[in-house]
Design a protein around this ligand. Structure first.
Ligand code: IMP
Ligand code: MG
Length: 178
């Protein structure tokens, strides 16, 4: 899958990501002010770095849970068919929930997850995506908060992979085949 040689061009620095998270957390805190205990739900695996930085900036009582949905396999194209590979550990009925996603691309994953979780009757459900590729959208969905809008490029780093690689890069870069 990843035999074609490529280089990674730096796109969003670790510093820019940190600054953006700080300002988003101000807005999230306002939205959830007074919440009993917010359930922050990370979508595995791409959001694991983002959620780690996000929750450490949030001055709110929180719980962390994870959901694994898969639409990409190891390739670069969405399969459009979303499967739940790992469900939440906890119940969310009557709870405030924040879903944390790495990228909204075609939108199928986010749409599927929102429908699934809304069916469990949370008291409030909000979504945040680090990256958004609006030009790739196939279903109408938008995260309540977005870190950065990016063009139609395949990106890696800061938790995001290409064929399971490059998740550990501290910045976001775009894949360029050579
Ligand atoms: P969607 O269902 O097409 O919106 O796909 C969303 C998921 O596809 C994200 O959670 C990512 O895991 C993955 N994805 C979308 N774009 C990229 C990319 O540029 N690099 C790596 N993964 C991506
Ligand atoms: Mg993902």
């Amino acid at each position: 899958m990843s035999e074609r040689p490529y280089v990674i061009d730096r796109m969003i620095s670790a510093k820019a990501i940190a600054a953006r998270i700080e300002s988003l957390c101000g807005e999230i805190q306002d939205e959830f002010a007074g919440t009993d205990k917010l359930v922050v739900v990370g979508l595995l695996r791409g959001s694991f770095v983002f959620i780690a930085d996000l929750v450490r900036e949030l001055d709110l009582p929180i719980e962390v849970d994870f959901l694994e949905a898969s639409s990409y396999g190891d390739g670069m194209v969405s399969s459009r068919e979303v499967r739940i590979l790992k469900d939440l550990r906890g119940a969310i009925e009557g709870r405030d929930v924040l879903v944390v996603e790495d990228i909204v691309d075609t939108g199928y994953t986010m749409q599927h997850v929102i429908r699934l979780l809304k069916g469990r009757k949370p008291s409030k459900l909000r979504t945040i995506a680090l990256l958004d590729k609006p030009s790739k959208r196939e279903v109408e969905v938008k995260a309540d908060w977005t870190g950065f809008e990016i063009p139609d490029e395949f990106v890696v780093g800061y938790g995001i992979d290409y064929a399971q690689r490059n998740r550990n890069l501290p910045y976001i870069g775009k894949v360029r085949f050579t």
